[in-house]
Design a protein around this ligand. Structure first.
Ligand SMILES: *Cc1c(COP(=O)(O)O)cnc(C)c1O
Length: 233
């Protein structure tokens, strides 16, 4: 593996190539650098290389990093959020990709209203129907998106998913496609993408190119960018 800066450059080139293969504008894909369990220095290195969007899974860790590195970057919550942590999440994040139930949405709305802050959010969908994974079932996503309309401080941008783990990224293609089709269906029904663009957060280190071919607008890349995670961080 190269330095963080070299890795970012290589990933950007792969994003561009995948977008071009699919006949898409490379600028329609944003790279979210997944910095969980990565030290501050690695994140600073990424920032110095022009990376502006970071994804964090754990609230306490994110709080410390955002306090240290501040508003120079945009911070996405990509981890499971308990409703009792919604207050802090509402305060520190710039986007919450993991809204998967009404109770959480309500708790976020309450704090966001107090703050006078509009939060871009994604609905997390459990496309693989895995019992151990967070996310709303695909057939219930429409209802949740509809319910979110009652919350003026949640700006619903699209959908996020984390499909079942597979060795061969080609095996993820069907799940990514399913999320895109679901997004298109919900947009057609008027529940998503008021501006006509539905955000789709899908694809990680092992399969982000396949995800881009299937329509990802946000790819969440950790180990391919930073290297292995340090559990002590
Ligand atoms: C950790 C994580 C990633 C990044 O995974 P890598 O395989 O390291 O790229 C992406 N999305 C979510 C939700 C994660 O928890």
């Amino acid at each position: 593996m190269g330095t963080v800066a070299e890795n970012i450059e290589a990933i950007r080139a792969r994003i561009q190539a995948a977008a071009q293969r699919a006949g898409r504008d490379p600028h329609s894909v944003r790279l979210v650098a997944v910095s969980k369990h990565q030290p501050l220095e690695a994140i600073q290195e990424a920032m110095a290389a022009g990376q502006t969007v970071f994804g964090e899974n754990y609230l306490q860790e994110a709080e410390a990093k955002i306090a240290a590195l501040g508003q120079a970057a945009a911070w996405h919550c990509i981890g499971h959020l308990q409703s009792n942590k919604a207050r802090i999440a509402a305060e520190i994040f710039d986007c919450i990709e993991t809204v998967d139930r009404l109770k959480l949405a309500k708790a976020l709305e309450t704090r966001l209203a107090e703050l006078g802050k509009i939060m871009p959010v994604l609905v997390q969908v459990n496309v693989g129907g895995e019992a151990q994974k967070a996310g709303v079932a695909p057939e219930e996503a429409g209802q949740l998106c509809r319910d979110l309309k009652q919350f003026p401080h949640l700006s619903l941008q699209g959908l996020m998913t984390m499909p079942p783990f597979v060795e061969d990224p080609e095996e993820s293609r069907g799940y990514f496609r399913r999320l895109r089709l679901l997004g298109e269906e919900l947009a057609a029904q008027g529940f998503l993408g008021r501006e006509g663009v539905v955000a789709l957060s899908m694809g990680m280190s092992g399969d982000f190119e396949v995800a881009i071919e299937e329509g990802a607008t946000l790819v969440r890349v950790g180990t391919a960018l930073f290297g292995e995670r340090d559990q002590a961080v």
